[in-house]
Design a protein around this ligand. Structure first.
Ligand code: ADP
Length: 312
């Protein structure tokens, strides 16, 4: 029985390094490494939760192709309950990530099967068995935009399941108009500073969190990269600094943070401890190539948290 059902974007990340210049048309460029990693907010948050020992389900769509089978294998390896519809007429979503020697990354992205994820993919029976439903990659799931997502969250609340949503970048610039219908039904809302600034109309973390709470959200978590996170849950609000680590690859840090936060939230920890734990999971994520590669067990994460200095 899952504690968390992650609904969202599933992506295969093909990481290529180093790519300091694209080869001339028709020419070949030799590189040092090409790795395929599972990614996308739905997948990475799901795998993070599973690695932290939280029973997890993942709902999404993938193609009936090799990359889809790879994503399914990773879910199975982590004993995640998979509700993934395989599509014959759409490819698995994939991103080619070209990593420069400086660490800077450029992306070629195919939305693929994720575009078809629909509210009906999440049955009431699964919601009733879950303590939290987490939507990962909102704004990248066109079939859920606005009222369909709000309806899904309402269905969850009706069967006693708590609700969580993590934003992505809205390439269409619609921001608040698409998020607004969801706000009254959200126990938790995650976003990074840029995303939440577009939604809330201010780039001041305390003000953006307050504005979103006024619209009905229970807890707002603003992810601030190497500055840590700002969280407002009404009874407690404040900024918690990040951990000082050597950064290898920041892909998936925000998704890992959400997994860490949900694990603390479900354990009943106070918000400060929960945020510190989420920062630790985010920091561990950036120490390795690939979304969930750097994530370890809950006990290892707690040891990291005790033994790693904070930034600033
Ligand atoms: P997103 O990936 O959604 O843009 P962030 O970049 O803010 O989110 O990263 C999420 C979390 O991961 C941060 O709140 C922080 O806890 C951790 N994190 C990200 N980058 C670093 C870093 N350079 N050093 C330490 N922790 C980091």
């Amino acid at each position: 029985m899952p504690d968390v059902t992650c609904v969202g974007v599933l992506v295969a990340d093909v990481m290529v390094r180093p790519v300091d210049a694209w080869p001339e048309r028709g020419r070949l460029l030799l590189v040092e490494g090409i790795e395929v990693h599972s990614g996308g907010p739905g997948h990475t948050t799901g795998v993070t939760l599973a690695k932290l020992g939280v029973p997890t389900a993942v709902v999404g769509r993938a193609g009936a192709d090799l990359l889809g089978t790879f994503l399914m294998d990773v879910l199975r390896e982590h004993r995640i309950e998979a509700h993934v519809r395989r599509e014959d007429t759409a490819s698995t979503s994939a991103t080619v990530v070209a990593v420069a020697s400086s660490g800077e990354r450029s992306f070629l992205h195919l939305p693929g099967a994720n575009a078809r994820l629909a509210p009906e993919d999440v049955p009431d029976a699964l919601l009733a068995r879950s303590r939290v439903i987490h939507l990962g990659g909102y704004f990248l799931l066109p079939s859920l935009d606005g009222p369909p997502a709000a309806g899904l969250l309402q269905r969850a609340k009706a069967v006693g399941c708590r609700t969580s949503l993590d934003l992505a970048w809205d390439v269409h610039g619609r921001w608040m108009s698409i998020l607004a219908p969801c706000l009254p039904h959200l126990d938790l809302l995650f976003g990074n500073r840029d995303e939440l600034a577009h939604v809330a109309g201010t780039d001041h973390p305390a003000r953006m969190a307050a504005r979103l709470r006024e619209r009905g959200v229970g807890i707002v978590a603003v992810k601030l990269g190497e500055e840590g996170a700002y969280v407002d849950g009404g009874s407690w609000r404040g900024r918690v600094p990040a951990f000082s680590v050597e950064v290898v690859d920041t892909t998936g840090a925000g998704d890992a943070f959400c997994g860490g936060f949900l694990a603390g939230y479900l354990a009943g920890w106070d918000l400060e401890r929960t945020t510190r734990f989420a920062n630790a999971v985010g920091a561990m994520c950036v120490t390795a190539m690939g979304g969930a590669t750097g994530i370890r067990s809950r006990a290892d994460t707690l040891r990291f948290l005790e033994n790693t200095p904070r930034r600033g």
